[in-house]
Design a protein around this ligand. Structure first.
Ligand SMILES: N[C@H](CCC[C@H](N)C(=O)O)C(=O)O
Length: 269
């Protein structure tokens, strides 16, 4: 049997396992993430301790694909490492997208933490347009280690899903797929709906919130020296930019721990 912990960041939920990624196949990820036949989650975080203040995090999306980076996942990984491995309040989380510095403090509730993460620089591409069912969505491409397309329009849930499916079905603009963020200003916040590569609609996306803030500053919709509050279905993330880095501040919550068989009959081929 394998031990795991269930964590989430604003409802973007993960199965956290202290294991090397080499032991995992896409089929095993899909089986454990299945919300009816498995534990159920948006993804899996495989963690290894790499030193006193350093750990490695490998991310798998619910469909078994392996993205470069996951912002809510970094917060959950850092909280797991402090809680389960008694690591300190300042950690480096190594991912396929490189190192991310984290500052962890206790949260308001038992089993919750507040984590501030240096998410690296945002790389903004040439603005483009995505055509879906006769609708044209102008987007700002933003690379946060993983690919995002930020659209300043909320066309309703049906079109969000159609656009997300179209953009991740071998679309020529998105060779490796893409995470889509649909944004609209709501007072002094930015309401955002996310369609995630390899998952679909999620309640929150950490790298997506960073991409939204970067696109807002790039379009001059807010001064770059002011924080951006991204209001996702699962809650709010505050995004700032300092010394060329994007900083994301938000919660991580431990939900439960459990055990899972080392091999399941429902692991598809
Ligand atoms: N689905 C994303 C990875 C997870 C990102 C999201 N959960 C986050 O918090 O950043 C991708 O394939 O790039």
């Amino acid at each position: 049997m394998m031990d795991f912990a269930k964590f989430h960041g604003l409802g973007n939920d993960f199965i956290v396992v202290a294991q090397r990624a080499e032991a995992w196949t896409p089929a095993r990820v899909r089986a454990i993430c299945d919300r009816h036949l498995g534990v159920g989650a948006d993804g899996v975080l495989l963690l290894e301790q790499w030193g006193e203040d350093r750990l490695r995090m490998i991310v798998f999306n619910q469909d078994g694909s392996r993205p470069q980076m996951c912002g809510n996942g970094v917060r959950c990984a850092a909280a797991y490492a402090q809680h389960h491995w008694d690591m300190g309040g300042r950690l480096i989380v190594e991912s396929d997208a490189g190192p991310r510095a984290c500052e962890i403090t206790p949260g308001e509730h038992p089993g919750s933490w507040e984590v501030n993460v240096a998410m690296g620089p945002a790389r903004i591409g040439e603005r483009h347009a995505l055509e879906v069912e006769g609708h044209t969505f102008a987007y700002t491409p933003v690379d946060m280690g993983n690919p995002h397309a930020v659209i300043f329009n909320f066309p309703g849930d049906r079109l969000v899903d159609l656009a997300g499916e179209a953009a991740n079905a071998g679309h020529p603009d998105f060779a490796e797929g893409v995470n889509l963020e649909f944004v609209e200003a709501r007072g002094d916040e930015w309401r955002t709906s996310v369609y995630e590569r390899g998952v679909g609609r999620t309640r929150a996306c950490g790298t997506g919130a960073c991409a939204v803030a970067a696109a807002i500053w790039d379009r001059g919709l807010a001064p770059p020296d002011t924080p951006v509050v991204v209001a996702l279905p699962g809650g709010r993330l505050t995004i700032e930019t300092r010394q060329g880095q994007i900083w994301m501040q938000g919660p991580a919550q431990k939900v439960f721990t459990g055990t899972y068989p080392n091999l399941r009959s429902n692991e598809d081929a």
